[in-house]
Design a protein around this ligand. Sequence first.
Ligand SMILES: Cc1ncc(COP(=O)(O)O)c(C=O)c1O
Length: 366
Amino acid sequence: MISLAEPVLGEKEKQALSAVIESGWLTMGEQVKAFEKAFAEMHGETEAVAVSSCTAGLHLSLAALGVGQGDEVLVPSLTFVATVNAVLYVGATPVFVDIDSLECPHISLEDAQRNLTDKTKAVIVMHYGGYLVDLARWREFADRHQLFLVEDAAHAPGIGTVVGDAAAFSFFSNKNMTTAEGGMVLAPRSAVLEKIRAKRSHGMTTGTLDRHVGHAYSYDVTTLGYNYRMDELRAALGLCQLSHLKAWNAKRRALTKLYRQLLAKHCPTVRVPFKSSDVTAAHLLPVLLSDGVEREQVMGELRAAGIQSSIHYPPVHHFSYYRARFPNIELVKTERFCQRVITLPLSPSLEELDLEKIVKTLQSAI
Ligand SMILES: Cc1ncc(COP(=O)(O)O)c(C=O)c1O
């Protein structure tokens, strides 16, 4: 089976996990600190906060920025449901925004503008597939309307710097680097990170390690917090994975380029969103089938040939939970995109021959 996304794990990861086990200290400690520092530096920042998932990171980002009851948050519907769930966790109301176009399926700034009200407090942009949204334009938009800008950067680690008020990354096992489950938050303002750090661990003023090594005897609780901590095993994995991230992203980009060439040659009716010159961490390889092509049949034929494919994403506003809470929402471009998109395998362990097999199977399925 050629799987959609495979984690790359090796001897280094095994040794790192063994070392943590032998150290006898498993919960948030020195490995987490080292991982935070290395991740921050890679993105041109001095600090970061490691968390248990990107979902937790999005929740904490909104909470730390003071988004809550009575506020509206502009969100894409073409995203994983976690982006929107985070808005509900803080008691705010998500306002769904359409995509720009089938060629550029990012949240549309023009549609965001149309959906502004005096309750709008923040916008969450998502770097779909690893392609960065136009952050300079979004920053200008957010500043002009006095909104917080939050980046769902689950797909885009290792490229660029943070422009939003906070950015949350995912290390789930299908991401560009993994800690099995895990996430990281970056934010340019130290005060925001400080709040996120406190809320990650029940709002406590000291951690278990501080008390263990005798730096503190007790603690206070200064804010409502959660248990969204990362542990030492995951951080040790993260440090190993981070050392490969730039090379893996480069391989992903090279494979994307090759896909674009092969698809243009063998499947000219299939469109690859975005431009080959766009800045990307190349997390996904979404393609658009032309109208009239039976998507499920194509996916079935790929599966029969040992090729996994997927759909990124069913639009969030169509899920029954969201339909019930937010009925009658229509996002014409998002719906069109989501009806036609399929995601082809993309991971650094794939080679040219795999891509040829995938594209030729797609060609015959079409
Ligand atoms: C766009 C997007 N946002 C958020 C998440 C949530 O990440 P996590 O599983 O780390 O909570 C994902 C994970 O698949 C994602 O793809």
